[in-house]
Design a protein around this ligand. Structure first.
Ligand code: PEP
Ligand code: MG
Length: 735
C-alpha cells in the first residue's frame, strides 16, 4: 500500500522544504486514489502514523472540500468550519490556521496540498499564490511518477478484452469504424518557475499574437470559405482568444513568477477544475474551447509555430472526454471516421463542426475512458446511440452490411432527387426540410426540398456566448433566404427555455421545463428579444417574401400580441425608410392542445399553420417526450391521435389555410403514410428523411389508403401500426 521507500523519502523531503519555505508548522500532501479517496501521503508536522492511514472520502472534511471545489481554502479558524472533520490520529487539534490548494493535473484533482499553523491567521494572497505554484510542481512530479508509483493512483481499467457495447447520445448522425485514438494531452510543461519574469511576459504576449494570427489563417481555410455554422463557431471561438479575463489571469500568473507556459497551464487547470463542477451544459462546453486555445498557446510558447496536424495512418475513432472545435480540425480528416466523447451535447461546438465535416459523433458515454484502450477496434453507430468496442466478428459483419445498405439506399435516394413527390393517383405532396444551422442549407439542393418548412432560429442563440446582435441574426436569415432562392423559408421565432437553454438568460430550476417559461412566453415577457429578432428577419427579407412563425402558442390572444409586436417592427421599417419584404406571411405552431379548440378564430389570424407533433403529442398524451421510460408507451399511430390530427387538417382545408406538419413523426415513412391518408399534403422533415418519404409517396395509391384509414379510425386498439404496415406490404408501398 505504502509508496516505495525512495519515493516516500522524496515526498517527505518535499513537505519538509515546503513547510520551511512557507514558515508553516505543518505541510501535508494528500493524493487522490482510485474512487476519489484522498489519502495522506506525506506530512511534516502531523503525526507520522497518520501517513497512509488518514483518508477522506470525496467531499469529506476540508481536504475533501478543496478537492470537490478545485479551489484554494484559506481559514484562520479551521476547526470552526462546518465541514471540518477531526481525525485524532493526526494530532492536528492544536493548529488553527489552514491553507489548502488543489493539486491539479489534466483537469482532475490529483490531490490537495495543505499548510497549517498554530496561530490563527489568514494567509496572504501572495502565500496562496506561492502554494498554488508549488502545487503545480508537485502535480508534474506526481504525473512523471517521481513521487509515487503511478499504479498506486490510477483507477483500474475495466477494459477486459471482451467485446462491449457502450450507450451514448447520438450527436452527429452516421456510422463509422476504426481503431481507437485517444486525444493526447498534447503538451507537457517543461519549465515552471521563471528565471526572468520580463522575458516570460514578452513570450506570453508574442504567443498570444501568434495564436490569434493562426486562428485568422484558419478562418481563411478553403473548407470554411463558404461560411456556414462551422465558420461561425470558429469565429465565436476566435472571440475567446481575445477574452480579457483569460489573458489577465495568465499575465498575473507570470507576474507571480511562473514561466509563460506554466502560467497558461495553471490558468487552464483552474478553469477546468472550476468548470467541471458546473452543471450548465453550455458553460461546460466552453471548457473544450479554452482547453484548445491553451494547448495551442503552450505549443507556440514552446517554439512549435506550425499549425500542428495530427497524423492518422488508418481509419480511426477519436476517443476523448471533450475536445475543442479547432483541435478537431488538426486531425487528419481522411482517416477520422467517428468521435466518441464522455461529455458533449448536440450544441457543443465540436458537434457542429463534426456534423459539418460529416463525422458521426456519439456523446455522453459514461466510463468511456476506462473501457477502451488505444488501438482497439471501435464501431460508432450514432443512429442507434451505440459504440461497439472490440466488436465480435458478427457485429463487424453486420456493420459492414449496414454500411453497404446505407450507401445503396443513399445512392437510390440521390437518383430519385429530381423525381416529383406525387402519388400513383396523381396527388402532389410538398416536402420541405427542417433546418436550424447554416450547415444544413446545402441539403436544400442535395435533397431538392420544396423549401425550409421550419427554420429553428434558436440554434444560433444556443451556440453564441452572448445574445447575437441584430446584424448577426440578419446575416444568418439572409443566408438561409439566399440558399433557398425562390423556395419559401419559414422562420420560427426563438423557441428557447425548456431543454434549449441559452447562456444569456438566467435559468431557473423549473419543476417541469417543457411546460414552463419557454418560447413565446419568454418572448412576450421580454418583448425586446422578440422585437430585435423580428427586426433582423425584416431586414434579411428586404424585397423578398418573409414567413414568420410563432412557437408554443396556447391561445389566440397570444398570437394577436405577437402580431402586434410584428406590426410595430414593420411600421418602424417604414419610418426608417428601409425596404420592406415583398410579402409577409404570418403563421404559428400548433403544439399546445388548447389552441385546437380555437381553430375557427385561429384560422382567421394566420396565413399558415404548422403542427409540431413533438411537443403536441407529449401534451396530448401527458407523456414527457424526454423520459426514456415512456418512450414506447403510446404510439403515434393510435386512433385518438389520427382523429385529432384529422380534425385539425380538415379545419385548415376548409378555411383554405396551408397546414404543414413539422414534427419528427412526419419523417418516418409509415407515419407519413398515415398522415397523408388523413389529408395532410405538406411535410417539413429532416433532410435525411426526404428521400425515404418521397419513395413512399411515389408508391402509394392515396384514395385506397384513405379508405383504409377511415375503416380503422373507430378501432379501440392501442395502435393501428401493424395494420398500416400490412397494408403497405400488400400494396407494394415502399416504407
Ligand atoms: C415540435 O414540437 O414538433 C417542433 C417541431 O418543435 P421542436 O422539436 O423544435 O420543439
Ligand atoms: Mg416544439
Amino acid at each position: 500500500m505504502a509508496s516505495g521507500g525512495r519515493a516516500q523519502d522524496r515526498l517527505n523531503r518535499v513537505v519538509r522544504v515546503i513547510a520551511q519555505n512557507m514558515v508553516a508548522e505543518v505541510c501535508s500532501i494528500y493524493l487522490t486514489r482510485a474512487g476519489g479517496i484522498l489519502e495522506l501521503f506525506a506530512t511534516e508536522g502531523l503525526k507520522e502514523e497518520a501517513v497512509h492511514t488518514t483518508r477522506f472520502l470525496p467531499g469529506q472534511g476540508l481536504v475533501g472540500l478543496v478537492a470537490e471545489r478545485g479551489l484554494p481554502l484559506n481559514l484562520s479558524e479551521a476547526p470552526q468550519h462546518p465541514r471540518f472533520v477531526y481525525r485524532p490520529e493526526t494530532g492536528e487539534e492544536v493548529y488553527h490556521s489552514f491553507l489548502a490548494v488543489p493539486i491539479l493535473r489534466m483537469g482532475q484533482v490529483a490531490g490537495v496540498l495543505v499548510v497549517q499553523n498554530v496561530a490563527p491567521r489568514r494567509y496572504s494572497p501572495e502565500e496562496v499564490e506561492v502554494l498554488q505554484t508549488i502545487s503545480m510542481v508537485i502535480a508534474e512530479l506526481v504525473g512523471s511518477g517521481e513521487l509515487v508509483a503511478p499504479d498506486e493512483l490510477t483507477e483500474e481499467s475495466t477494459a477486459t478484452g471482451e467485446p462491449i457495447t457502450l450507450d451514448g447520445m447520438p450527436l452527429a448522425g452516421g456510422v463509422g469504424a476504426g481503431v481507437a485514438v485517444f486525444r493526447q494531452p498534447q503538451v507537457k510543461i517543461s519549465r515552471t518557475v521563471a528565471d526572468d519574469i520580463e522575458a516570460e511576459q514578452s513570450l506570453l504576449e508574442d504567443a498570444l499574437t501568434e495564436m490569434r494570427s493562426q486562428l485568422e489563417q484558419m478562418l481563411e481555410h478553403p473548407d470554411l470559405a463558404h461560411g456556414g455554422e462551422h465558420r461561425e463557431v470558429l469565429e465565436t471561438y476566435r472571440m475567446f482568444a481575445y477574452d480579457r479575463g483569460w489573458q489577465e489571469k495568465m499575465r498575473d500568473a507570470v507576474r507571480s513568477g511562473l514561466t509563460a507556459e506554466a502560467a497558461v497551464d495553471r490558468v487552464q487547470q483552474e478553469n477546468r477544475a472550476r468548470m467541471f463542477k458546473i452543471r450548465d451544459p453550455y458553460l461546460r462546453e466552453r471548457i473544450a474551447d479554452f482547453e484548445d486555445l491553451a494547448t495551442r498557446l503552450i505549443r507556440i510558447i514552446q517554439g512549435d509555430r506550425e499549425n500542428h496536424k495530427i497524423k492518422l495512418t488508418e481509419d480511426s475513432i477519436l476517443i476523448a472526454r471533450a475536445i475543442g472545435p479547432a483541435e478537431l480540425m488538426d486531425y487528419d480528416q481522411g482517416y477520422l471516421k467517428g468521435i466518441v466523447l464522455e461529455d458533449g451535447s448536440t450544441t457543443a461546438h465540436v458537434t457542429i463542426i463534426a456534423r459539418a465535416m460529416g463525422i458521426p459523433v456519439l456523446g455522453r458515454v459514461s466510463g468511456l475512458l476506462t473501457h477502451v484502450k488505444p488501438g482497439e477496434q471501435v464501431i460508432v453507430d450514432s443512429t442507434t446511440g451505440h459504440a461497439y468496442v472490440r466488436p465480435a466478428e458478427d457485429v463487424i459483419e453486420t456493420y459492414r452490411a449496414t454500411v453497404e445498405l446505407q450507401e445503396k439506399r443513399l445512392a437510390l435516394y440521390a437518383a430519385e432527387r429530381d423525381l416529383p413527390a406525387v402519388t400513383l393517383d396523381g396527388e402532389e405532396i410538398s416536402l420541405f426540410m427542417n433546418a436550424g444551422l447554416l450547415v444544413d442549407l446545402p441539403s436544400l439542393d442535395s435533397t431538392n426540398a420544396d423549401g425550409i418548412g421550419l427554420f429553428r432560429t434558436e440554434f444560433q442563440f444556443m451556440v453564441s456566448p452572448a445574445l447575437p446582435k441584430v446584424e448577426e441574426q440578419t446575416k444568418i436569415y439572409a443566408a438561409a433566404l439566399d440558399a433557398a432562392g425562390d423556395r419559401p423559408v419559414v422562420f420560427r421565432t426563438l423557441d428557447i427555455g425548456g431543454d434549449k437553454q441559452v447562456p444569456f438568460l438566467p435559468r431557473e430550476d423549473e419543476e417541469n421545463p417543457a411546460m414552463g417559461w419557454r418560447a413565446i412566453r419568454i418572448a412576450l415577457d421580454r418583448p425586446a428579444l422578440l422585437r430585435y429578432q423580428l427586426r433582423a428577419l425584416l431586414y434579411a427579407a428586404a424585397g423578398r417574401s418573409l414567413h414568420v412563425m410563432f412557437p408554443m402558442i396556447a391561445e389566440v390572444a397570444e398570437l394577436k400580441r405577437c402580431k402586434k409586436i410584428l406590426q410595430k417592427e414593420v411600421d418602424r421599417l417604414t419610418l426608417h425608410g428601409r425596404t420592406p419584404p415583398k410579402a409577409i406571411k404570418v403563421g404559428c405552431m400548433l403544439e399546445v392542445p388548447s389552441l385546437s379548440w380555437q381553430m375557427d378564430l385561429l384560422l382567421k389570424e394566420v396565413d399558415f399553420l404548422s403542427i409540431g407533433t413533438n411537443d403536441l403529442m407529449q401534451f396530448f398524451f401527458a407523456c414527457d417526450r424526454s423520459n426514456p421510460r415512456l418512450a414506447d408507451r403510446y404510439d403515434l399511430l393510435a386512433p385518438p391521435v389520427l382523429r385529432f390530427l384529422r380534425s385539425i387538417v380538415q379545419a385548415c382545408h376548409q378555411a383554405d389555410v396551408p397546414v404543414t406538419l413539422c414534427g419528427e413523426m412526419g419523417g418516418r415513412p409509415v407515419e407519413a403514410m398515415a398522415l397523408m391518408a388523413l389529408g395532410l399534403r405538406r411535410f417539413s422533415i429532416s433532410p435525411t428523411s426526404i428521400g425515404p418519404v418521397k419513395r413512399m409517396v411515389r408508391t402509394v395509391e392515396l384514395h385506397k389508403l384513405s379508405n383504409f384509414l377511415e375503416a380503422h379510425l373507430d378501432s379501440s386498439d392501442h395502435s393501428i401500426r401493424d395494420s398500416f404496415i400490412s397494408f403497405a406490404r400488400d400494396h407494394n408501398i415502399k416504407v
